[in-house]
Design a binder for this molecule. Sequence first.
Ligand code: F0G
Length: 500
Amino acid sequence: MRPEHFPDDIKPYVVPEAGGRLIYRCLGCGVEFGIEKLLYICPDCQSVLLLYDPEFDRLKKISGEQWRRIFDYRRMLNTPALNGIYRYHELIGPVMPLDSIVWLGEGHTPIVEASTPLQELAGARFFFKNDGQNPSASFKDRGMASALSYINYLLNHGYLDEVLAVCASTGDTSAAAALYAAYLHPRVKSAVLLPHKRVTPQQLSQPLGSGAMVFEIPGVFDDCMKVVEQLSEKYNVALLNSKNAWRILGQESYSYEVAQFFEYDMKNRVIMVPVGNAGNITALMSGFLKFHELGIIEDLPVIIGVQSVHANPVYRYYLEDTPEKRRFEAVHVSPSVAQAAMIGNPVSMPRVVSLEAQYNRAASGRKVFVVEVSEQEIMDWHLLANRHGHVSCTHGGECLAGMVTAVKQGLISDAQSVVLDATAHALKFANFQEMYFENRFPKEYEITPKPELINAPLLVHPVDLEEVPESGRPLAGKSLDRFISRVSEEIANRLDLKKV
Ligand code: F0G
């Protein structure tokens, strides 16, 4: 719909204009910095930063009801810059002119209710939000759209001439970074650092295909992260890890979309999210808090982070109930099928601690929890979800396993419904499905395939068939007829089909 056709009270707001201010604020010492330069950590105390809108209160001049109408009407716009995460422009990037926004199709991923038999098996009413349906097949595109739109803005306004963007990754950040950087080629070039053999072949193919420089490094993600941090401190590169606070802003769109999908009714809702580097759970809390503060939602949903026993530093931190007694300790990770979240020292931990306290204060009670699941549970629920018509990656399986655990622990009641973040597409992690089906998991994964979940292709090649088609040598006439009839018979036998 064209802007001029919107109702008169919506027209002035439907296409947002760049305005307002954003500043970096240090979570350690509270010092603030301007955004003209790219900054990842506080130059004074080295702590992580978040972006704040110092004039946020101006948005309160518009009522929650009016904001809901603005966002709902924006759905009807046909303006590419506002088709993705920037539907929520005032919250995600008020300073961003529309002509700097990079939109590659990210955002507004489907929320699909689980099939009734799967809900019965799992013991709760729930939905998957399929973030694997983003352009690079993971939720990382949300944050990358924000970070690269900002870089594009700096380039367009002469603050930068050219950029070498770097990131360390367990596979999905690098795929997203390389994709968005490639769109801005040649002004933006990218290099990615991956832990050798800890990224799936599909994930590895993504930055290679986008033309990034790909470095594989011995060790795990936490080691790559240290190298990339040193690179960003000593050299002139743009860091695209979630240390980059623009990434967090973009990922807040997930919360806004969930709220909008449920017509802004977040009472009795629970959001489950896998936790690795902890950027996503940070963004979820921050997003819901902003919608709550503006009166767009009345209730804050419960947020439950999920970690594997093989990479569980955030879970361990929250085992202690008394906030003052909590102490963070990094862990050494072991191999996990939720491989993209296999992180022992999450960069965003200080953000989680700060926002979790803020969230519970705003909710007047505890609404943020973290649960732990086994590798076996992750894999079994991942396969079960997909057997019931979903396209969930292992991390979506981790969320489902976490939901089952949370129901058992009484964290989720019958009155509540749950949204699970299927953070990437199932195909990115097909190798784990293959290892399960072929019973090839190395011992350290601690996974024993359940026979009823195993599936394998059956080769149909009747022994009495002398001739079968081959590439370049098709069959014809009688031999083709015989081939079709024998193969059909064989399939009908295996399927126990009755003749019509
Ligand atoms: N799920 C998937 C598919 C991921 O790729 C990641 C993180 C997570 C969950 C965990 O999210 O880090 O925000 O807590 N992947 C990062 C990467 C670390 O490099 O791709 P988080």
